[in-house]
Write a protein that binds this ligand. Structure first.
Ligand SMILES: [Zn+2]
Length: 86
């Protein structure tokens, strides 16, 4: 469930992502994350199963929940934007 995620601010996550993907575009990542976060706040649900979307995963794919994106039941050391954690 959402509570098992490690909360991270959008800014921090962008930095983290750029560290492991140096060729990625800061603007594109930020925009994609903001859009996914907006969708989350609007109450958009997973296209596949109807659960709340995983903002970070949805930014890089379609709006889906953690399980549908990763195939894992529960997040263990996975991040989620802090605004979507509470
Ligand atoms: Zn799902």
């Amino acid at each position: 469930m959402k509570t098992s995620f490690i909360p991270i601010s959008l800014k921090e996550y962008v930095e983290l992502h750029l560290k492991s993907n140096p060729s990625a575009s800061r603007v594109e990542i930020t925009t994609a994350l903001k859009e996914a976060l907006e969708d989350y706040k609007k109450g958009e649900k997973c296209l596949n199963c109807g659960n709340p979307i995983w903002v970070i995963g949805s930014a890089f794919a379609e709006n889906m929940c953690f399980t549908c994106i990763t195939g894992e039941a529960i997040p263990e050391d996975d991040f989620e934007i802090d605004e979507a954690c509470y």
